[in-house]
Design a protein around this ligand. Structure first.
Ligand SMILES: *[C@@H]1O[C@H](CO)[C@@H](O)[C@H](O)[C@H]1NC(C)=O
Ligand SMILES: *[C@@H]1O[C@H](CO)[C@@H](O)[C@H](O)[C@H]1NC(C)=O
Length: 402
């Protein structure tokens, strides 16, 4: 299907790279949009912020690799490579109107992937740009890239290649920025997430779900840069694209009166510097390794595949019952907005509204029944609940008192 168009895109993506030998590029329809996070909050019946999930139907509130072999237990996947039962997820984009109400921004399919239910994502696995052998992810592997607490360019620079493309049309692949586009994007906003490409070779996961992987020690993945001694094993570059269809929110008369942009992520971020994505590996058997070894390019005779419409039939119902569509008075989970945000609108409406500079936690820690955004990775406060409440869930990122 339009192989030359894909080749063109692949070349466009490989800016400043020697050459891309081969890559898997495929569509995964939406599986479910809900406020769960089996990686950061295993066992918690709700997570603090809303996610959009694609991939296999083993997605659940716990996905303990010791108890489940995802690749053999899952029965369907939204991805067109039908042995890929992995789950991939990101946060969800919302438009915020001048009156303070929020509306979820729909997703649309990428070029060539028409019919992908609710847009879903485009997934890439690139073995290498210089024909070296890569070690595919192993059973039980999971990782996160990005950090929902980052709100500055300096913080975001700790990660590489987490960007946004302001789509002039669906084939725009230039002008990636680390923060949200400042002007209306005629064809939507594409969120691009490239994961690190070096692994420590031992750990399937780590406490922060990130430190078992790393970036090349010099150069880049695309330039064939070497992996650091601490993380010597080259793994495929996993790359996710999600297209947020902002078109019906592009009227500047509806944008904040201070001239800033109106889109806010489900984790309470207008800047985009907190962009992040999660991956739970679930390829059946050694199928991914076989595809990497064969240097499959777009299509792959070594892999079983299904049509986009078959993939779109795989779906899950929301386990967290709450409204996520229509105009909402707050972000799902009552997620508070932190960091830079629009000034209150000057036309008499609330604009910045409840998020406008509000302190997410009352002094002394988690004193509300809502999820509290307690700081960030390694945060040690907010571990005690107000009298009369008990802590139902806590980790280094969040806690919840009821
Ligand atoms: C999810 O987990 C629950 C309980 O832990 C179980 O009853 C349910 O069958 C699981 N769903 C899937 C799709 O595995
Ligand atoms: C807020 O503004 C949006 C967009 O103009 C409108 O559709 C919605 O009804 C308004 N909500 C309230 C509560 O006024």
């Amino acid at each position: 299907m339009q192989h030359s168009a894909f080749k063109f895109l692949a070349a466009a993506l490989a800016v400043a790279a020697p050459s891309v030998d081969a890559l898997l590029r495929f569509s995964c329809s939406s599986l479910v949009v809900e406020r769960l996070d089996p990686l950061v909050f295993p066992g918690a019946s709700q997570s603090p912020h809303l996610h959009q999930f694609v991939g296999g139907n083993m997605l659940n509130i716990t996905m303990d690799p010791a108890r489940h072999d995802i690749g053999s237990e899952a029965t369907c996947t939204t991805c067109t490579f039908s042995e890929d039962f992995s789950n991939y997820w990101t946060a969800v984009l919302f438009f915020r109107a001048r009156n303070g109400s929020f509306h979820r921004v729909p997703q649309i399919p990428n070029i060539g992937f028409d019919g992908a239910r609710n847009g879903g994502m485009t997934v890439y696995y690139t073995p290498s740009y210089n024909n070296q052998k890569v070690t595919a992810f192993q059973k039980g592997f999971r990782m996160i890239v990005g950090n929902p607490f980052y709100r500055t360019a300096a913080e975001a620079a700790k990660n590489r290649q987490l960007t946004f493309t302001c789509l002039q049309d669906l084939s725009t692949r230039t002008g990636e920025t680390a923060d949200m586009p400042k002007q209306p994007c005629p064809a939507g906003i594409m969120a691009n997430v490239r994961f690190p490409t070096c692994w420590n070779g031992k750990d399937l996961d780590s406490a922060d779900h990130s430190s078992h992987v790393a970036y090349p020690s010099s150069g880049t993945f695309e330039s064939g840069g070497p992996c650091p001694a601490s993380h010597p094993v080259k793994i495929p570059q996993l790359f996710l694209e999600t297209i947020w269809d902002t078109r019906k929110f592009n009227n500047k008369a509806d944008w904040p009166t201070d001239g800033s942009q109106p889109f806010v992520w489900s984790y309470g971020d207008y800047t985009g510097y907190g962009t992040h994505a999660d991956y739970v590996f679930g390829w059946k058997g050694d199928s991914l390794q076989r595809a990497m070894d064969a240097n499959c390019d777009i299509s792959c005779s070594q892999l079983k595949s299904q049509s986009i419409s078959q993939g779109s039939q795989c779906t899950q119902s929301q386990k967290v019952a709450e409204p996520i569509d229509g105009w909402l008075s707050e972000l799902p989970g009552a997620m508070q907005i932190t960091g830079p945000q629009p000034a209150p609108s000057t036309d008499g409406n609330t604009g910045g509204g409840s998020g406008g500079g509000a302190t997410p936690t009352t002094p002394g820690g988690c004193q509300s029944a809502k999820w509290q955004q307690c700081g960030g990775n390694g945060f040690t406060g907010c571990k005690t609940c107000a009298s009369g409440t008990t802590c139902k869930y806590q980790n280094d990122w969040y806690s919840q008192c009821q």
